[in-house]
Design a protein around this ligand. Structure first.
Ligand SMILES: Nc1ncnc2c1ncn2[C@@H]1O[C@H](COP(=O)(O)OP(=O)(O)O)[C@@H](O)[C@H]1O
Ligand SMILES: [Mg+2]
Length: 361
């Protein structure tokens, strides 16, 4: 059995005069894993998360982190000992990106030079170019700001990361990228991550375990994502898990069997010369930039989501359906073109997978 890092024992939170925001929560959160709290708005996810680092105090019950009752730890110290990432990046607008990342190490007494050096390294860890360190938060895109938020949370190398809807405000393509990056990071860092989202897809993609919260601050189901999808504990979970459940299992099937085809490519200088078929526009490094339309030579048409080798069927379907040409772009680990997927072939494989599942005992 996995080792517990955080334990809730009969934890209730009642704000002044209201119904309980969290009602008798008991659960054990595994060390070194991603645990996702998911549920509709107002069901107590943020409150539960914030009780872990004492941003909110429980009305009754006990929370322990690494075996210690958090109510015995000085709140300020406890807060600094855990990384915290929220939906709005929460960056200080008048400080450079590097200084933002260095905040907690500075509070912990690390020298300015050492904290900045570490901040510089963390930019790379979260996939940001080092030149961005000198910029101010407003000079970054939403996705870049969230990466900085993650870097800042990692700066003091805390064993626990608390993340409250960190990717909810960015567009779906960037969200996809950030989710992928978080999973990559986690493979190296093996932190104990508690991640809040209202999005069941995000929960099942990221979570080693998923806790579904119901209205009234009750834990409705707590299990591995596959189990929640396959065997919802009650009607509430079943309806929350949603109408297109039929597609959700795709997240667990590799798309290795989908054929990858060659595609016509052009470089940006050839845009506008219409060629009668869709052509993929590549940069000098063979990275896809977008599409050239077969007809009007309208310039660069933005591409859809990219598919990396080894990704799931769900991502294959996303790539094919989000592409203006109907061809999903496959890239290698370096982001260079590997070929294209055809939507009809992805769908055929999905059909086959579904039948196999239904035939299984
Ligand atoms: N500071 C607060 N004071 C009073 N009520 C609050 C406060 N914070 C949250 N609540 C209430 O507690 C319930 C749970 O809120 P929250 O934990 O933010 O849910 P979620 O993150 O799942 O959307 C809601 O009914 C909300 O209105
Ligand atoms: Mg919330």
């Amino acid at each position: 059995m996995a080792e517990a890092m955080i334990e809730f024992q009969s934890v209730t939170k009642q704000y002044q005069g209201g119904q309980p925001a969290v009602d008798g929560l008991s659960m054990s959160i595994d060390k070194g894993a991603i645990t996702v709290f998911v549920g509709p708005s107002g069901c107590g996810k943020t409150t539960s998360l914030r009780m872990i680092n004492r941003m909110v105090e429980p009305t009754s019950g006990t929370i322990t982190v690494a075996g210690k009752d958090v109510s015995n730890e000085p709140a300020a110290q406890l807060r600094r000992s855990m990384g915290y990432v929220m939906q709005s990046s929460g960056l200080m607008p008048h400080r450079s990106v590097l200084d933002n990342i260095a905040t907690v190490p500075r509070l912990n007494g690390v020298s300015k030079a050492a904290a900045r050096k570490r901040a510089q390294e963390l930019l790379d860890v979260v996939g940001l170019a080092s030149v961005l360190g000198k910029r101010y938060p407003s000079q970054l895109s939403g996705g870049q700001q969230q990466r900085v938020g993650v870097a800042r949370a990692l700066a003091a190398d805390p064993p626990v990361l608390l993340m409250d809807e960190p990717f909810s405000a960015v567009d779906p393509v960037v969200r996809d990228e950030l989710q992928r990056e978080l999973l990559r990071l986690q493979r190296e860092l093996a932190k104990t991550i508690v991640f809040v989202t209202h999005d069941i897809d995000e929960a099942t993609v990221l979570g080693d375990k998923v806790a579904v919260f119901a209205v009234g601050g009750k834990l409705a189901q707590y299990a591995a994502p596959e189990e929640i999808l396959r065997a919802p504990a009650n009607d509430f979970v079943a309806s929350f898990v949603g109408r297109d459940r039929g597609f959700r299992h795709l997240a667990f099937n590799a798309a290795d069997a989908v054929p990858v085809h060659p595609v016509k490519t052009v470089d940006a200088s050839q845009l506008g010369a219409s060629s009668g078929e869709w052509a993929l526009v590549l940069d000098g490094d063979s990275r896809p930039m977008g599409w050239a339309s077969p007809r009007d030579g309208a310039g660069l048409v933005p591409g859809g989501s990219l598919f990396r080798r080894g990704d799931t069927l769900r991502r294959a379907l996303d790539a094919a359906l989000s592409s203006p040409s109907g061809l999903g772009v496959v890239v290698d680990d370096g982001g260079r073109l590997a070929g294209v997927l055809k939507a009809e072939e992805v769908l055929a494989l999905i059909e086959k997978t579904r039948h196999n599942r239904e035939d299984a005992p």
